[in-house]
Design a protein. Structure first.
Length: 265
């Protein structure tokens, strides 16, 4: 799908960003675009991959991440800022889609820095013993539009947005090949982002500027059939990219724990 399809959606996305703390019901967004709510929802989802209000809620959770690290507002007040009247609801939604609680995310900078420094010193990035089973393999190559040195986080997600724990995920030490094994039949979306070695922890706790990519079309895995080879190109952030909600240090920690387990198994 061409990224410039329905260019009027770009204006809506800019409008959402500028008014993210205001009520943004579907009727208001559709009226701004000049469409009926039904038609607007259809073309927005076709262009972005997500329903409009789900996209709005994702941006608000991204704003919550910013507020947690850049302000001294309480968790309750941050929830109110993004339109969550209930502290419990805010905490639950944040935890489900980011992977950690708001309080844990706020205090995660030292641990994130530690994980990143450990990755910089890591000499063995292999995943241990190869896995052979009846399920599919998804293989491909990661390249970048601009020069890059650092770690690449890549995963298969159930929705076209990097949130929650990926169904399959790994880290790569450089551009090049990747492979997921044991992928059960289902529908997946490939997402990836990068962290340059020169970045600080806050740069990937709030990954607004990291290189990224996403599969605009789902990867369909069917029983006893192969999956096309995936050519992945990391690019600079674009207006229509969904926010990266998953806590990247969480994925780093999972990767390091698996390497440690493989070492002693």
């Amino acid at each position: 799908m061409a990224t410039d399809k329905y260019p009027e959606i770009d204006a809506v996305i800019d409008y959402i960003h500028r008014n993210i703390y205001d009520p943004l019901p579907l009727a208001r967004l559709a009226a701004y675009a000049g469409y009926s709510p039904f038609h607007f929802t259809r073309i927005f989802k076709e262009r972005i991959g997500l329903p409009p209000l789900y996209y709005v809620s994702s941006l608000r959770l991204q704003k919550a991440k910013d507020l947690l690290l850049r302000t001294n507002l309480s968790v309750r007040d941050i929830g109110l800022e993004i339109g969550q009247q209930s502290l419990g609801t805010f905490t639950t939604r944040f935890t489900e889609r980011v992977g950690v609680t708001p309080s844990d995310f706020r205090s995660s900078t030292p641990q994130a820095d530690s994980h990143f420094r450990t990755l910089q010193r890591l000499s063995d990035w292999t995943s241990g013993h190869p896995v052979f089973d009846q399920h599919a393999r998804i293989e491909g190559t990661v390249q970048a539009e601009v020069p890059f040195e650092g770690v690449i986080l890549i995963g298969l997600f159930p929705k076209p947005i990097p949130e929650g724990i990926p169904l399959h995920g790994t880290l790569l030490s450089s551009l090049g090949e990747f492979c997921f094994t044991g992928v059960k039949p289902g529908t997946y979306y490939l997402m990836a982002t990068s962290v340059s070695w020169g970045m600080q922890a806050v740069d990937f706790l709030l990954p607004h500027n990291t290189l990224r990519t996403r599969s605009r079309e789902p990867i369909i895995v069917q029983p006893y059939s192969s999956v096309p080879y995936q050519q992945v190109m990391l690019h600079v952030p674009r207006l229509d990219d969904p926010p990266i909600l998953i806590s990247l240090p969480l994925l780093m920690n999972r990767f390091l724990s698996e390497r440690l387990q493989a070492t002693y198994s």
